[in-house]
Design a protein around this ligand. Sequence first.
Ligand code: NAP
Length: 275
Amino acid sequence: MPDLPYRRIAIAGGSRGIGAALALALAGPGRELWLCARDGPPLEETARACRDKGAQVRCHSCDLSQPGAAAAWLDEMGEGRAPDLLIVAVGIFGGRPDGAVVTPEAVMRQVIAVNLTGALALAEAGALRMRCAGRGQIVLLGSLAARDPLPDAPAYSASKAGLACYARALRADLAGSGVGVLLVEPGHVETRQTAQHQGALPLLMSPPAAAERILRALDRGRSSMAFPRRAVLALWLLDLLPAAWRAAVLARHRFSVHNLAPPAPPVARGPGGED
Ligand SMILES: NC(=O)c1ccc[n+]([C@@H]2O[C@H](COP(=O)([O-])OP(=O)(O)OC[C@H]3O[C@@H](n4cnc5c(N)ncnc54)[C@H](OP(=O)(O)O)[C@@H]3O)[C@@H](O)[C@H]2O)c1
């Protein structure tokens, strides 16, 4: 893993999956990790593992799709303090259930509220604080679904396309401010998200392998990256095909989604979880 210069690191979605793998990869002496998610127990479990590696960890349970939640979380760092690195790995998957024709409206609304509205609100709150500090790095977790929209998860694809567009706007807005923006567009990574995906998962990758690629991209100062490379290449080739051939290939990758009910609303808590 590259030795990155960040000390105060905030990871939204740091309780599981890619966010937790990033937290573990970044944990070590001298590092302050601020982790947030809705569900408390997995958050505490990841925090414990990070503390075992020598990091100081603070957990915060909140629903980032709620107005004001993102700013309230970052405010816990203290007046005038900003994270050196903010990773927006928050996200939910949703789509067409088995036997249904469309994605339920409630699922679509929830996906947009978390993946787009919640992610943007957090990135804005982070960017504001970093801009004042004159430095910082934001990482946004998009998806290859933004490049090749999924007919069985249209709202998810739209949320990630929106996030990709936002990343470009934010990067341009922050140019010269000392704050960088990295957009990460992964293919399939073995997490709760892929467990909901009922269908083929080509080129499935482990969360630590995904985290390693993301940290390497940060080390290289990249502003966008997508992986795995073979999936990126396959999508590029697919785009060259006549529409009917492309549709025939994509038809073999249709899937359904086991949509999850949202967890119970987090209990409001003040600053806590410090080791
Ligand atoms: N896995 C893949 O194949 C894949 C591919 C491309 C892109 N991505 C993207 O990568 C990111 C991480 O996904 P993952 O695969 O690691 O999924 P995951 O294992 O389900 O983790 C998602 C994280 O986000 C948190 N979260 C979800 N909704 C939240 C909310 N409203 N407020 C606060 N925290 C919330 C979850 O905790 P709680 O549920 O406890 O809140 C969890 O910590 C997502 O943006 C996802 O769309 C994943």
